[in-house]
Write a protein that binds this ligand. Structure first.
Ligand code: ADP
Ligand code: MG
Length: 411
């Protein structure tokens, strides 16, 4: 089936053709008809399979058709997302799909001035994409009204319904008309969150796709056992062996992100970091530099990368294993988007082994192990440019390495 065969407005078909979307992806094929019929939907589909358009296409189509019936003004679709970057990305997709329809799309998020956002809200809009914090500020000041909302969409739904956000979501639902369509989309969900999702809607929910393997098959992912202190040498080697590749590196904390950046700097590798402590302007700039390939290595924390769609990420490296097992799926899912192929490696130190077990439990299968020849291991550590840094560091390094080696030999 092609998009041409759908009963959606011709303008939208043209926009999809302009985007190069000819055929729906699986999740689009399965979600679009029930959404068009007015059903509530909980859709679970692997990363990179086109979930954004799976909700944007039917919602824009319906709003456009209803618009012709001269409905009253006001926000008609509210999309809630965890981060500002994701808000902008999803607004971009809505804008492209809604071109030439007259529907207005806008997004609000914190970390920037309120003024321009208020001006836009006053000017009127149809589709609002928002992160919870700023949205509530604007609601409480009376700049956002929800009486006309017909669609509530939670993207990264499991994350939005989890501890940090659930109260916000429950609060927002109180403001919304009872008669509305609610759509949940995510790549991962657990039983508890699923129950919570059910409790928030009136109609029966349809579950579209629950893949047995939450990791898409175009992502080749494996684990490498590396000592905690040796990880930087392996990252250095990996980057130097693939100078033209786009590499996304995940670490556990903001502090570790900055440390890895410094370690790479010492061996003349240019990288950037993205995490919650950065100014909004910096975050967007960094993401753009990575998107366009000006910077080839980006070091990120979990939340900052959820849902982000960057083309041509060749490798994802889990420098640290994620503490939340489902984040493994979201991290490796930043590569192998759409029909592209991608590769992911996780560095697992002995102390992280319990986390690896949890992740494998979540995936319901073991992750392939790449074993490193002991000679290659030594060579990787020995030939690091970090060793040439300065004499003092060199000596210290050598001592540490020696200790590490002895420890390894003992094992
Ligand atoms: P998900 O939310 O499932 O992780 P996205 O919505 O971010 O995935 O989409 C992943 C990529 O697939 C995007 O770059 C998007 O442009 C592309 N894409 C989506 N739908 C189609 C389609 N029908 N045909 C071709 N490419 C598509
Ligand atoms: Mg998505």
């Amino acid at each position: 089936m092609k998009f041409d065969d759908y009963s959606i407005p011709a303008e939208i078909k043209r926009n999809l053709a302009d985007l190069g979307f000819r055929k729906p992806t699986d999740i689009q094929f399965k979600s679009i008809p029930p959404i068009l019929k007015g059903e509530d939907v909980l859709a679970i589909a692997q990363t990179g399979t086109g979930k954004t358009a799976a909700f944007a296409i039917p919602v824009v189509s319906m709003l456009y058709e209803r618009r012709n019936a001269r409905r009253a003004d006001g926000i008609k679709c509210l999309v809630m997302v965890p981060t500002r970057e994701l808000a902008l990305q999803i607004a971009g997709v809505f804008e492209q799909i809604a071109r030439h329809t007259g529907l207005k799309v806008f997004c609000v998020f914190g970390g920037v001035e309120q003024g321009p956002q208020i001006a836009q809200l006053e000017a009127g809009l149809d589709i609002l994409i928002a992160t919870p914090g700023r949205m509530f500020d604007l609601v409480s000041q009376g700049y956002i009204r929800f009486q006309r909302v017909e669609f509530l969409i939670l993207d990264e739904a499991d994350h939005m319904l989890d501890l940090g956000f659930i109260k916000d979501i429950q609060d927002v639902i109180r403001f919304l008309p009872r008669k509305r369509q609610t759509l949940f989309f995510s790549a991962t969900i657990n039983e508890k969150i699923k129950k919570l999702a059910y409790s928030l809607v009136h109609n029966a929910i349809r579950i579209q796709i629950s893949p047995k393997d939450p990791v898409a098959k175009n992502i080749d992912h494996s684990v490498v056992f590396v000592g905690m202190d040796d990880k930087r040498f392996f990252l250095e080697r990996m980057i130097k062996e693939h100078p033209d590749s786009k590499i996304l590196v995940f670490v556990r904390t903001k502090v570790r992100a900055e440390r890895v950046l410094k370690a790479l700097e010492r061996v003349s590798i240019v990288s950037q970091t993205i995490h919650g402590d950065k100014e909004q302007r910096d975050r967007l700039q960094v993401l753009n530099q990575f998107r366009t390939g000006v910077v080839k290595v980006l070091i990120a924390t979990d939340v900052s990368a959820r849902g982000i769609d960057i083309p041509n990420v060749d490798y994802v490296i889990n420098y640290d294993l994620p503490e939340q097992p489902e984040n493994y799926v979201h991290r490796v899912g930043r590569t192998g988007r759409g029909t592209q192929k991608g590769q992911a490696f996780s560095f697992c130190s002995p102390e992280e082994k319990p986390m690896l077990d949890e992740i494998e439990q979540f995936l319901t299968k073991p992750i392939k192990v790449v074993s490193i020849d002991p000679e290659v291991y030594e060579e990787t550590v020995d030939t690091s440019d970090d060793a040439k840094f300065d004499l003092k560091a060199l000596m210290q390094e050598a001592e540490e390495l020696e200790k590490g080696r002895k420890k390894r030999k003992k094992k």
